[in-house]
Design a binder for this molecule. Structure first.
Ligand SMILES: *Cc1c(COP(=O)(O)O)cnc(C)c1O
Length: 348
């Protein structure tokens, strides 16, 4: 009976995948960076609007194939919002109750979207409380805590199977420089950077992986010190990335370089991307793109050519009231005019 349900659940997820299209790899039109081609893998076009759609699919398959979910299981997740939106989509597909445990600072747009799919939101006072509350709820309801921050790196088949790395490299095939010199990605769970780094090694590619980290995140310090016990008492202001503790899913051994990007740089770059693309992207895409521009500038100065790939992680429509509101930016991030002016310096 339960095996039957699990088999049907997996078939439903596979059928959903079959109905889905792959995400686009956008080539940016930046004529001033001669010989350096920049690409954005647009993860905002998944049905639930972010790269977390891939993660949620992988986490559900991982849990189902490990015998952790049946037709009566309540799914619980600790999230800053985007993962919960993607997981509630799959919970609904399988007819399962879903509860997101989130900090009360989570944007109302994200909360509404979770509720739209029939999910419940349990709000706690601060980000560092989401883990323990999720565990407690799972115990109380005999549910299953998805635990993205632990399971992200292991739920994805890093060798291939159409993961994000596989998709990027296949889409690059007919480009002038098909093997990127650099891939740049930020880290929330660290799952995506782990998949990219492992894939690069497995396929014996020369691509270097750079992880960009925002302010108030512990990942960069951990990369430098290898001290897993480090914590930070502040929270990243860039939604989706940067963590106050070293997440188990964050794997430094497959990362070639890390770079700190200031929040002002991230937001200035996010706004600049809006003018370049004609649509709004989320703030972590600004962080990613700032990393790309710094690498591109260095390559340009050293006379190097080649391609650089990064991710467009989510759309801007989740952030109208925050990062796209100048007053909010002025009071939370500060005056970004200097960083906006500096952007022109990348195209000399
Ligand atoms: C989760 C997330 C990231 C980081 O991806 P991970 O694979 O979790 O490291 C970046 N941007 C956004 C918007 C995210 O939601």
């Amino acid at each position: 009976m339960q095996r039957q349900w699990v088999a049907e659940a997996i078939a439903k997820i596979q059928a959903d995948f079959q109905r889905s299209a792959d995400t686009h790899l956008i080539k940016l039109d930046l004529p001033d960076l001669q010989g350096i081609d920049i690409y954005l893998k647009d993860e905002s076009t998944h049905p639930t609007g972010s790269l977390k759609h891939r993660l949620a699919r992988s986490l559900f398959l991982y849990a189902l194939c490990n015998g952790k979910i049946n037709q009566h299981t309540t799914i619980i997740e600790a999230s800053s919002g985007s993962t919960a939106i993607s997981e509630v989509y799959f919970s609904r597909l399988l007819g399962l109750r879903f509860i997101a445990v989130m900090a009360k600072s989570t944007s109302i747009e994200k909360i509404k979207q979770i509720q739209h799919y029939g999910g419940e939101c349990f709000l706690v006072d601060a980000t560092d409380l989401i883990y323990a509350k999720s565990e407690a709820l799972a115990e109380e309801l005999q549910g299953y805590y998805m635990d993205q921050f632990t399971n992200a790196e292991r739920a994805t088949d890093w060798r291939g199977n159409n993961n994000i790395a596989d998709s990027i490299f296949k889409q690059m095939k007919n480009e002038p420089n098909p093997i990127p010199k650099h891939i740049v990605m930020s880290a929330g769970t660290g799952g995506t950077s782990a998949t990219l780094g492992r894939y690069i090694r497995y396929h014996q590619l020369t691509t270097e992986l750079t992880v960009v980290d925002p302010e108030n995140s512990i990942f960069y310090d951990y990369f430098l010190t290898a001290n897993k016990a480090l914590t930070h008492n502040k929270y990243s202001l860039i939604e989706g990335i940067g963590r106050p503790r070293v997440e188990p899913s964050f794997i430094t051994s497959v990362i070639d370089h890390m770079m700190r990007i200031s929040d002002k740089e991230s937001i200035a770059t996010m706004l600049w991307l809006e003018t370049l693309l004609g649509r709004r992207v989320g703030p972590s895409t600004g962080t990613n793109m700032m990393g790309v521009l710094k690498i591109a500038k260095r390559m340009h100065e050293q006379g190097e050519t080649g391609s650089i790939v990064t991710l467009l992680c989510d759309r801007g429509d989740r952030y109208h009231k925050s990062y796209y509101n100048p007053q909010w930016v002025a009071s939370h991030i500060g005056d970004i005019s200097q960083q906006q002016n500096n952007l022109t310096g990348y195209f000399v």
